[in-house]
Design a protein around this ligand. Structure first.
Ligand SMILES: Nc1nc2c(ncn2[C@@H]2O[C@H](COP(=O)(O)OP(=O)(O)OP(=O)(O)O)[C@@H](O)[C@H]2O)c(=O)[nH]1
Ligand SMILES: [Zn+2]
Length: 417
């Protein structure tokens, strides 16, 4: 394991507050004492262990806002485990506060309106939401608000809108999963790392199917070279080998999102991580304390947000065949090796193609940087620029349309003098 740095960047929240309705009052009855390192201990017998099991930790900076009022009787906080059209399955503490249940809640009409102009306002798997009961029987709930996200994994929407689609919210570790077999796709890895870094979560690379190759050292070195600052973990999931680093992350109460193409072994990995532990002390107790009740247990909760038996959660994302960059995707951390080299170029605006005194080309010439890596950087930068330009165009077009409408309505109803 190399020494890595994981700058935690907060996602600027440009939405107005936590949403509609009065503040949910997350301080007060749910207040937790300050805790070293800002982590949730597994099997915490503190207030609301069920919420802690979901990864709730009011002490983690930027996790949640803490409005002053206590929670209203009809209001409950939960975590989205699966998103639907205009609804979501939400894990909430049961009445006793120690176990969890799943309920399906419809969006508040304001959320419906918000999401029409901003797809990122859609409650996504991993989101903390405020639910309000809408009937006397305590069966129907509505999602009043999505709490500000600490991190979000975003990819370009299929339609190519400017906002992108949130694949996972409030992720602590964004794990890029790639198989050592049949082939390591470094380009795909770099693209997914761009998503991971841009999410604000700590990126991680998981190389699967280590049991199918003889020796992983060279592959790990190859991957480490294209993932500067990122820890690389090798696993043989089907043999249960190499999973300890991931289990440790989960046991600290963290949420791991798995990002990877179809077939790299995400489902297998997910199942291994969320299966009840058989180790002494961890097994039956851990499974019981999971306490997810209701019919959702075998249907709804079989996808997206899954709770691990000893704490923490794993977020599954659909097999990502193509991962488009969005206007918010940052490539800076993905290519620090190239940008560090570029600092040595003679010209500040060097394009690293033909210029004299180019430190990047020199590194390619003597083998410190692969030509593939440089080309990949170029390609992704071109794409990022193209996306940014398109986004601007869209925004410009939207603004122009709005001005035309305003002008029209003013012509129709001239001001009285
Ligand atoms: N030998 C070996 N096989 C593995 C390992 N991990 C996954 N596999 C196998 O690889 C195949 C694909 O794994 P999945 O977990 O289904 O892959 P996935 O990424 O979830 O793919 P989608 O479900 O299509 O998104 C399965 O046949 C697994 O049994 C591993 O570590 N070693
Ligand atoms: Zn240069």
């Amino acid at each position: 394991m190399t020494s890595t740095h994981h700058p935690v960047r907060s996602i600027p929240d440009d939405r107005e507050g936590p949403g509609p309705g009065p503040g949910p009052g997350l301080e007060g009855p749910h207040r937790r004492p300050a805790r070293a390192a800002g982590r949730v201990a597994p099997h915490d017998d503190d207030a609301l262990p069920a919420l802690a099991r979901l990864g709730w930790d009011a002490d983690r900076p930027g996790t949640l806002t803490t409005p002053p009022e206590p929670l209203a009787p009809d209001v409950v906080v939960g975590r989205v485990c699966r998103a639907h059209l205009r609804a979501a399955d939400v894990l909430v503490p049961d009445d006793d506060g120690t176990s969890l249940r799943v309920l399906t809640a419809q969006w508040h009409p304001r959320l419906v309106r918000e999401t029409a102009s901003d797809p990122r306002a859609v409650p996504a798997a991993g989101d903390w939401v405020v639910l309000r009961r809408t009937d006397r029987e305590r069966t129907a709930f509505q999602i009043d608000a999505v709490l500000p996200r600490r991190t979000e994994v975003v990819r370009a929407e299929a339609g190519g809108t400017s906002h992108g689609q949130v694949l996972a919210a409030n992720v602590d570790v964004a794990a890029v999963v790639e198989g050592l077999v049949p082939d390591l796709d470094l380009g795909r890895l770099e693209r997914l790392l761009a998503l991971a870094w841009s999410s604000g979560a700590r990126p991680l690379v998981v190389l699967t199917k280590a049991d199918l190759v003889t020796g992983t050292r060279s592959a790990v070195a190859e991957v480490a070279a294209v993932a500067p600052g990122v820890e690389v973990v090798t696993v043989a999931t089907t043999l249960g080998r190499g999973l300890e680093p991931l289990r440790e992350i989960l046991a600290a109460g963290a949420t791991i999102a798995l990002l990877g193409a179809s077939g790299v072994g995400k489902s297998t990995l997910l199942n291994a991580l969320v299966a009840p532990t058989t180790a002494a002390g961890g097994g039956p107790m851990a499974t019981r304390s999971l306490g997810v009740e209701g019919k959702g247990r075998h249907t709804t909760v079989t996808r997206e947000l899954h709770l691990a038996p000893d704490g923490g959660a794993v977020l599954d994302t659909p097999g990502l065949r193509t991962v488009g960059l969005t206007a918010g995707t940052s490539l800076d951390e993905v290519f620090t090796d190239v940008t560090d080299l570029a600092g040595g170029c003679r010209f500040r605006d060097c394009t690293h193609r033909t210029e004299p005194g180019c430190a990047v080309l020199a590194a390619v010439a003597d083998g410190r940087l692969t030509a593939r890596r440089l080309e990949s950087h170029r390609k992704l930068e071109r794409e990022a620029m193209w996306v940014a330009a398109r986004t601007d165009q869209r925004l410009r077009a939207e603004l122009t349309d709005r001005w035309k409408q305003v002008a029209r309505s003013q012509r129709r109803s001239p001001k009285r003098r």
